[in-house]
Design a protein around this ligand. Structure first.
Ligand code: ATR
Length: 283
């Protein structure tokens, strides 16, 4: 039987869960495909992607630090990828051209709404960070018609630049961290890379509204600093980004194969493994 080839490129890539997730999706949907992880530093990206597609590869996922390069590499972009200025999914078309897509934002929205029952229409959303991770989620969040999306960043002008790009899509404003004092939000999303070094942006007290939720786009075997902060703020839910990881993968799988895998069993399985890795924390 002919096997279609897919891969994730990134640097580093050793701990990527994507091969596992896509193999589970393939098993579940009875699709015949292979999915590998390849360590590709930025300077080798174009040559590696050219070689992959020349060999008949059907699709690539691109992660840190390659999403902007993948955006430039694509022959065509979906609207959500164009706005995000980042591509996490490349798909080879029948005519050989490469379409770039971004499934991160829809992955986040699906995890928030479908898996966790969080209501986005009318809500006050705060996004921490104005880098690549933040850029990927603003458009899909605004499409859910929240009351407002506020983008806060240490370097304020980056948040202001993003607001100028996205303000046509809905109610969006920018802020520095000290200026958040006195404001309240129903959902706070951490899209900074601070969690990766166990740090937190300088957040004022009482930022989270009663019954509000916290969500860290990062995930790990241990709860992130932001997830712990959310628990301390009495968030009704304080979640990490494992569900988003599985949901963005499911959307990429759909882009490539035209079939939507069930994400629930895969999230459950991976969550169970995280718990087994850090039993002392009860996660
Ligand atoms: P990514 O693609 O993961 O978003 P990035 O584009 O380098 O990575 O952006 C990192 C984001 O995390 C930025 O918003 C950065 O803030 P600055 O633009 O002010 O640098 C934010 N960030 C990283 N470490 C942080 C920290 N310790 N406190 C607050 N913000 C932090």
């Amino acid at each position: 039987m002919k096997v279609d080839h897919y891969a994730v490129f990134g640097h580093p890539i050793g701990h990527s869960k994507s091969p596992r997730i896509h193999r589970l999706f393939a098993e579940q949907t009875k699709q015949s495909l292979a999915y590998a992880a390849q360590d590709v530093p930025a300077e080798s990206f174009v040559a590696a992607a050219d070689a992959f597609f020349a060999d008949g590869g059907k699709g690539l996922n691109c992660t840190v630090p390659l999403k902007e390069l993948a955006w430039q590499y694509a022959d065509r972009l979906t609207e959500r990828a164009r706005l995000a200025k980042a591509v996490n999914t490349l798909a080879r078309q029948a005519d050989g051209s490469i379409v770039g897509d971004n499934t991160d934002g829809v992955g986040l929205v699906n995890d928030l709404t479908l898996n966790h029952g969080i209501t986005l229409p009318g809500s006050r959303i705060l996004i921490l960070g104005a880098g690549g991770a933040s850029r990927g989620i603003v458009g899909p969040l605004l499409e859910c018609r929240p009351a407002r999306v506020t983008i806060a960043n240490r370097t304020v002008y980056k948040a202001e630049t993003m607001v100028a790009e996205f303000e046509g899509l809905g109610n969006v404003d920018s802020s520095g961290y000290p200026e958040l004092e006195g404001r309240q939000f129903d959902l706070i999303l951490n899209a900074t890379s601070a969690s990766l070094s166990a740090q937190l942006p300088p957040l004022p007290a009482n930022l989270l509204a009663e019954q509000g939720c916290c969500y860290d786009l990062a995930y790990g075997t241990q709860p992130t600093a932001f997830v712990i902060w959310g628990i301390a703020q009495h968030a009704s839910k304080s979640l990490d980004g494992l569900g988003m990881l599985v949901e963005q993968a499911a959307e990429a799988f759909f882009v490539w194969r035209g079939i939507r895998p069930l994400t629930g069993p895969v999230i459950e399985l991976l969550n169970g493994e995280c718990q087994a890795a850090s039993p002392a924390l009860g996660y």
